[in-house]
Design a protein around this ligand. Structure first.
Ligand SMILES: [Zn+2]
Length: 442
């Protein structure tokens, strides 16, 4: 096996124009933003078809009623129009102005109702009176509207016409999957939820990052195979795990991608295992990023890591976000819009994901082929030509660490951690030593 092939296989990061990638990710978010998505239905399908213009995604359809572990694939929901009219016939709440106005999965309904009855089906945010909340009712048949608190305060005691032109019928649950075959069958899973309507950070940012990661890796020959999932939250990962159980043992590392476009620091939520290679790889990358970051322990709340880390699977899957689930005020409101996400933060998240994948791709164990004292690096052109200078020397230091700890027991990531040197320096040192036949892969 040629180490030069494996090393640097992902991390052509420096050759990537991150500004361009950030702008392209933002453009994809803008294209998908107007679509009313849900956990099933044509909005989700349209989203997946649009992603197909970027990567060769397969779209899978699971019929309504399919039993997936303790859950059942629900009826398919589609929406054409919804509004509330006052007694003068004026539309006071209009789905066509914002798809967040309708409680997602509202049943078909067309009736005149009193203010009191209407209020039982309304949601607003008094603490943010200009924002529309995002609410769903997937597993309990109901209807409702979300409105700004200003709109709510203007409601008069009169009769209202409520119209929800939706359908909730037998159909399918759609999800997107893209598999990039690597040199081996061991897999890295990258998963994002694609079921939210017009919301940007949660989670069109995750959809965009997953898409561009897949696009970036596609032309590369990689150690691992990569499986990218675009699924409706919760039911999508449950269905995928249930219907693909035979593939699960191949998953060696995984990340759930969400909330990667806001200006806050990066946050990593560890896998349930807590000390999996993915946990160590992300922690290492964040620690060496010179940016503030947060590392959190696993908790059984959040995104689809809940399912991937359920006890019978216990997969090494963490979640790398910026502000995590539920911790930004705009979360699940109309303020999670195109102003909250920025190309520069999308690009920064993208670069961080690539750095993590670079660690996974290149994290191997080697055996020092000259373990009795140090090999003479100078005669191999691996040592500074001029001795005695105090400057730099980190390249040599990295090589000395790799030689010293390459006893078949330490991975390159272990060596990075022990030496305090960033992984890419250790990786490059190992590459130089391998090319001079001073290392052999274990
Ligand atoms: Zn959400």
């Amino acid at each position: 096996m040629n180490l030069s092939d494996s090393i640097n296989s992902v991390s052509s990061i420096n050759s990537i124009d991150l500004n361009t990638v950030g702008r392209e990710m933002y453009k994809l978010i803008s294209e998908l933003y107007p679509i009313c998505r849900s956990i099933t239905g044509d909005g989700l399908r349209e989203t997946l078809r649009h992603i197909q213009t970027y990567i060769p995604l397969s779209i899978h359809e699971i019929p309504t009623g399919t039993e997936v572990f303790d859950w059942t694939v629900p009826k398919e929901w589609n929406i054409r129009d919804a509004y509330i009219k006052n007694s003068k016939g004026e539309k006071i709440v209009d789905y066509k102005k914002s798809n967040l106005h309708l409680v997602n999965y509202s049943i078909p309904f067309h009736q005149k109702v009193s203010l009191n009855e209407l209020k039982e089906h309304l949601f607003s945010l008094p603490e943010h009176p200009d924002w529309i909340p995002y609410r769903t009712s997937y597993y309990r048949e109901n209807w409702g509207f979300c409105l700004t608190h200003h709109q709510w305060l203007e409601l008069k005691d009169e009769e209202y016409e409520v119209c929800i032109d939706s359908s909730l019928e037998k159909g399918h649950l759609s999800y997107g999957e893209y598999y990039h075959q690597g040199r081996g069958l061991d897999e890295v899973l990258i998963s994002s939820h694609a079921c939210h309507p017009s919301l940007c950070n949660d989670n069109l940012s995750g959809v965009a990052l997953t898409t561009f990661l897949a696009k970036h890796l596609t032309p590369l020959s990689l150690r691992y195979s990569y499986r990218f999932l675009f699924i409706p939250g919760t039911i999508g990962s449950i269905a995928w795990l249930c219907l693909n159980e035979s593939k699960v043992p191949r998953i060696k590392h995984g990340l759930v991608v969400a909330c990667v476009g806001d200006p806050s620091r990066l946050t990593y939520k560890r896998s349930r295992r807590g000390d999996a290679e993915i946990d160590k790889a992300v922690t290492h990358v964040l620690k060496h990023s010179d940016q503030d970051c947060e590392i959190m322990d696993f908790a059984p709340y959040g995104y689809d890591e809940r399912q991937f880390c359920s006890p019978a699977f216990n997969l090494p899957v963490g979640s790398l976000t910026r502000t995590p689930h539920g911790r930004f005020p705009q979360y699940h409101t109309s303020a999670d819009n195109l102003d909250l996400v920025h190309p520069e933060y999308l690009a920064d998240s993208f670069a961080t994901y690539l750095s993590v994948l670079d660690v996974l791709e290149n994290n191997r164990k080697y055996l020092n082929q000259n373990p009795k004292c140090e090999p003479q690096l100078g005669k191999r052109g691996l040592y500074r030509a001029v001795g005695g200078s105090a400057d730099d020397g980190t390249d040599e230091l990295a090589m000395l660490w790799v030689l010293n700890l390459s006893d078949g027991k330490h991975t390159l990531l272990d060596i990075s951690e022990r030496s305090g040197l960033p992984f890419d320096l250790i990786r490059d040192g190992a590459k130089a030593l391998f090319e001079h036949k001073l290392l052999k892969e274990c």
